[in-house]
Write a protein that binds this ligand. Structure first.
Ligand SMILES: [Zn+2]
Length: 153
């Protein structure tokens, strides 16, 4: 499972590498999205606490569609501008870059049945059901929900 500490290890070198291209705001946005996006698992945690079941994958930001929308927006904000573009464009580029990095790391290490497991449309279509949306056979799926929060890191 891609725990936050592994996202830190993967994200910080990339942020260092990208610092001149993205600017300060962009780098901090990259770091935030590369690491903190997993905060959306709190939706799953809330589901598990309320129902006692691990049968849903909610995590709304683990979504190719939202990532694509953000990436298109970032590219649109960046169009035709020099390297020192506006703060909003820097932030959008950093968010998109960190998000891609996080999603590929999750895909590679969490190993869902298919990449569509991270499609919000797919999950909505399947009622956010864990097994039919791409996590069938993952016996340890969201097992962290039953452990103290400090072990999640
Ligand atoms: Zn993640």
């Amino acid at each position: 499972m891609a725990r936050p500490r592994y996202h830190v290890v993967a994200t910080l070198p990339v942020a260092w590498w990208a610092r001149r291209r993205l600017g300060n705001v962009g780098v901090w946005a990259l770091v935030a999205m590369g690491i903190l996006i997993d905060g959306d698992h709190l939706a799953d945690w809330a589901w598990m606490r309320v129902t006692g079941r691990r049968d849903k994958f909610l995590s709304p930001l683990h979504s190719w569609e939202l990532l694509a929308l953000t990436s298109v927006t970032a590219a649109w904000l960046r169009r035709g501008r020099p390297r020192n573009r506006g703060v909003v464009a820097q932030a959008a580029a950093g968010i998109a870059f960190g998000w891609w990095l996080h999603m590929f790391q999750d895909l590679a290490t969490n190993r869902p049945d298919h990449a569509g497991a991270y499609s919000i449309v797919n999950r909505i279509w399947h009622g956010f059901d864990r097994d039919s949306s791409g996590w069938k056979g993952h016996k340890t799926f969201h097992q962290w929900g039953n452990t103290p929060w400090w072990t999640w890191l």
